[in-house]
Write a protein that binds this ligand. Sequence first.
Ligand SMILES: [Zn+2]
Length: 172
Amino acid sequence: MHHLWAPWRMTYVTGSKPDGCVFCSKVDDTRDADNYVLYRGQHNFVILNVYPYNSGHLMVVPYKHVACMTELDEESLQEMFLMAQVCVGVMKQHLHAEGVNLGMNIGQAAGAGIEQHLHLHLVPRWSGDTNYMTTVAGTRVVPQDLMATYKDMLPVLTKALEETLPGERTGC
Ligand SMILES: [Zn+2]
């Protein structure tokens, strides 16, 4: 398996981390656009990764503050994977992704950046993107790019998720 090399992530790895849980603070905050929250379901929300491995890198995050998927209830788990399914569809159809990496890093030993609060990564992939990312090494994905991605994906993702999860947009 090829790994994307994303040197700008060092900002995250070496930078100071805020007190409290970064995901729980997003749940409680209503400024979804500022936080890049794309969708709130009944048990989970979808958010752009602000330190993406690739453009359009999303995460599906349960509202429940649990570290491991073994602690998550069945309803939350089901919705998490239904949401992931819809997100993969949007990545393929709207972003024209040729592939998608899905994954959870459970525990620090597995490489979890935020190990206290479970989250599912979805990274859209295109043929040759590893090479492309290497050529732009050192160029951090800037907030404007993230906001452009957010605005581009928001209506498409919202529509697709609402069609799959009817009546569940009341949120936490
Ligand atoms: Zn949390």
